[in-house]
Design a protein around this ligand. Structure first.
Ligand code: UT7
Length: 329
């Protein structure tokens, strides 16, 4: 019976801008080296959006691919949920621009903000709309133009980030990839470790805020690094336990691509082999909300997802926020 079915991923799409920014390009811009960046982060290159294009442009292209993959019409979409920290504007929402660009004229549309964990948060919201029967077809998007809030004069941050978008369609399905459950968490006592301080109600845009470079991503790298490993390890264990799974039952972990060393250390702490994690940070860097759906799309295209396998999406980011979602493929 349709009522007993749960939200499933019925379509996936991603889009990366064509322009590539390599570590060698960065060597010409700041005091860094390809060797340092690869050793400390695992990143070799990242994509940068073309001049004049925005987050909703990347998001619309990824969404149309997910829509085609799910074999639905844009007119069938009931809800668009976009996770981004680089919206086209504070308001209106980027989801409203996406609605117009893909012709999803029936859909209601809104954005959510949970930084790098945002796609997992958005999945949880979309899943609830489907499971409650409020919606039949939900488009969930993670899209970023981080190059627009990256300070390319600061070598400690600018080597990490890139642009891109990924999207999924959620529907009830008898045969497709069921979302078993999603587990979310936050810690508001650590808001300062990863932040863009300028542009909001606390520090509205001013000559002073621009002079102090407050409209760029700032973080305390080593602190975030340690927190990420701890929170990711714990949520993976907790989510497995809640679903009565052993860690060994997980066939593939698709993590937010923040730093290869964070991913490696997490797998080591869990005692899981590196073959069980999907990594593409070398090509795209950290694309915040977009990294998990882009990685999910690539994992599928490279046949890392097999029917019946247990897949875990997991992310950690500013807020702090973190979360994990288990899918039966
Ligand atoms: O998704 C969440 C967002 N991600 C984050 O917030 C980042 C999490 N943190 C990290 O990924 C790592 O902490 C970084 C990659 C940012 C830095 O790696 P690290 O191993 O923690 O390096 P560090 O900050 O301890 O710096 C080591 C050295 C320093 O020089 P001294 O003081 O030892 O002389 C830095 O000045 O490396 C220097 N350094 C660089 N050298 C060459 C920092 N950035 C660079 C660079 N190129 N780009």
């Amino acid at each position: 019976m349709q009522q007993n079915l749960k939200a499933s991923i019925t379509g996936i799409g991603s889009y990366l801008p064509k322009k590539v920014l390599t570590n060698y390009d960065l060597e010409k811009m700041i005091d860094t080296s390809d060797d340092w960046i690869v050793k400390r982060t695992g990143i070799k290159e990242r994509r940068i959006v073309e001049n004049g294009l925005t987050t909703s442009d990347l998001a619309a292209k990824a969404s149309l691919r997910a829509i085609k993959d799910a074999k639905v019409s844009p007119k069938n979409i009931d809800i668009i949920i976009t996770s981004t920290i680089t919206p086209d504007h504070f308001f209106p929402s980027t989801s409203c621009y996406i609605q117009r660009k893909i012709g999803a004229t029936r859909a209601c549309a809104f954005d959510i903000l949970a930084a790098c964990s945002g796609f997992i948060y958005a999945i949880a919201i979309g899943e609830s709309f489907i499971n409650s029967g409020t919606a039949n077809t939900v488009l969930v998007v993670g899209a970023e133009c981080l190059s627009k809030i990256t300070d390319y004069s600061d070598r400690t941050t600018c080597v990490l980030f890139g642009d891109g978008a990924g999207a999924v369609i959620l529907q009830k399905s008898r045969t497709m990839h069921e979302i078993i459950s999603t587990n979310l968490a936050a810690d508001g006592s650590q808001t300062d470790v990863l932040i863009m301080p300028g542009g909001g109600a606390k520090n509205p845009a001013s000559i002073e805020s621009v002079r102090k470079r407050m409209h760029f991503i700032q973080f305390r790298g080593r602190e975030v690094f340690k927190l990420a490993i701890n929170k990711l390890t714990n949520i993976i264990k907790e989510t497995a336990k809640k679903n009565k799974l052993e860690l060994e039952d997980i066939d593939l972990i698709i993590p937010h691509q923040s730093n290869l060393r964070i991913i490696e250390a997490t797998m080591e702490k869990l005692g899981l082999p590196f073959e069980k994690v999907f990594v593409n940070i070398d090509k795209y860097g950290n694309t915040s909300s977009a990294s998990v759906p882009i990685a999910l799309d690539e994992a599928r295209k490279t046949k890392r997802l097999r029917k019946g396998s247990i897949v875990m999406l997991v992310a950690f980011g500013g807020g702090l926020t973190w979360g994990a979602s288990i899918i039966k493929w």
